[in-house]
Ligand binder design. Structure first.
Ligand code: PLP
Length: 396
């Protein structure tokens, strides 16, 4: 008899965004004339840049002509895009060959799918607070999860604990939700740990383009020894506004071997079985991101978000609110004032200041009492929100 995957029954209900929407709707029904300021948005608000749009149009036109039409794409990615991504890494001094780059439809897809490389008995260490998909994907797979806490002491970027035996290790830097970044030294300690233990680090670099401090690594492969213990998962979603267009890439070094099995070769086998690749049109648009013009244009958009982050950071600094992130990341992780819990602070901000953010408690361990603000909203709303925060929270 067919048995459904019982692990789905172990998933925590995702109340977070449902509850936010419910509370906001109720508030607006009661107060139809109040303008709400949105600082909880996890999606980008600026459109694709011109270089990408032009290339998407060109690719659509190619598909209309028999002579330039493209059918199936290579499963692991079009060579022109794999080469551009490899060159992007080389421009940062990191040697990644085109056949170590796997083009995907986005980081979320890969973060779940990549588990196919590991036996069910391998556990997963997740540094929390964390992007909720890590816990959910591993729960669906029936994997044992080590909920590894981070906190204010380590600025939400902890060192490994040699007494904990982890097989798969999720590290996200710059981090969603905390905006924290891992220094070179911290990443080196995780790489050393992983190589000693035979673990694999899944490095989520979805926000690497927001890094501005030179000493913060953009890639795990800037760290010596990472090629024998790490996979990097990246996305153009936040880098270039591809949240609805969909494109990501995964780097698996050819020398990444565990117990005699080569993970790059295994992933080639996986992709050639489980996908027929990403659309030609989208890959052409993505390739434009890696041209000098594309890089210049996406940076202009990222700078708009970074400016919003700075407006919020300055407001928090001026009233002495504890936070991390905001400099190398689009997220600011605030300690709720007055010992408030996350939902209490949410209600206060909504009802008193008409600001919507995200209660930290939805992101796992050590997250209650914290709150996530994002910089993806409009500059006007961010400025208004910062003014209200400075005026009303000063004495909170
Ligand atoms: N990883 C992190 C940390 C994210 O915050 C997100 C999206 O918000 C993703 C991955 C998913 O990216 P994608 O849109 O490429 O699926």
């Amino acid at each position: 008899m067919l048995k459904p995957n019982a692990n789905y029954a172990k998933l925590n209900e995702s109340y977070l965004f449902f509850n936010i929407a419910r509370k906001v709707k109720a508030y607006q029904q009661k107060n139809p004339n109040k303008k709400l300021l949105h600082l909880g948005i996890g999606d980008v608000s600026l459109p694709l840049c011109e270089a990408v749009i032009n290339e998407l149009h060109n690719a659509v036109n190619e598909q209309s002509d028999e002579k330039t039409f493209h059918g199936y794409m290579p499963e692991c990615g079009a060579p022109f895009l794999r080469e551009r991504i490899s060159d992007y890494y080389k421009s940062k001094g990191i040697e990644i060959e085109p056949d170590e780059v796997f083009v995907s439809s986005g980081a979320s897809d890969e973060l779940g799918d990549i588990q196919d490389l590991f036996d069910k008995s391998s556990n997963a260490l997740i540094i929390e607070p964390a992007y909720p998909a890590y816990v959910d994907a591993n729960t669906m797979a029936g994997r044992e999860i080590i909920h590894f806490p981070s906190g204010e002491k380590d600025r939400f970027a902890p060192y490994p604990d040699k007494n904990v035996k982890a097989d798969i290790i999720y590290i996200c830097s710059p981090n969603n939700p905390t905006g924290a970044v891992f220094t070179r030294e911290k990443l080196a300690s995780w790489v050393e740990y992983a190589n000693k233990n035979g673990s694999v680090i899944l490095f989520d670099a979805a926000y690497e383009a927001f890094i501005e401090d030179e000493e913060i690594p953009h890639s795990i492969f800037e760290i010596d020894g990472a090629r024998s213990c790490a996979i990097e998962i990246c996305s153009l979603s936040k880098t270039a506004g591809f949240t609805g267009t969909r494109l990501g890439y995964t780097i698996i070094p050819k020398d990444l071997e565990k117990q005699g099995m080569n993970l790059n070769a295994m992933w080639v086998r996986n992709r050639t079985t489980k996908t027929n690749g990403v659309s030609y049109i989208i890959q052409k648009g993505a390739a434009a991101v890696f041209t000098p013009e594309g890089q210049k244009q996406i940076k202009e958009n990222i700078n708009v978000y970074k400016h919003n982050a700075k407006i919020l950071a300055d407001a928090f600094d001026s009233i002495g609110l504890w936070y991390c992130g905001g400099k190398n990341a689009p997220y600011l992780w605030v300690k709720c004032p007055d010992g408030m819990k996350s939902w209490e602070f949410f209600d206060y901000l909504l009802n008193e200041l008409q600001i919507i953010g995200t209660p930290g408690v939805g992101f796992g361990k050590n997250a209650d009492g914290y709150f996530r603000f994002t910089s993806f909203g409009s500059k006007e709303e961010t400025l208004l929100a910062a003014e209200r925060i400075k005026t009303f929270l000063k004495n909170a």
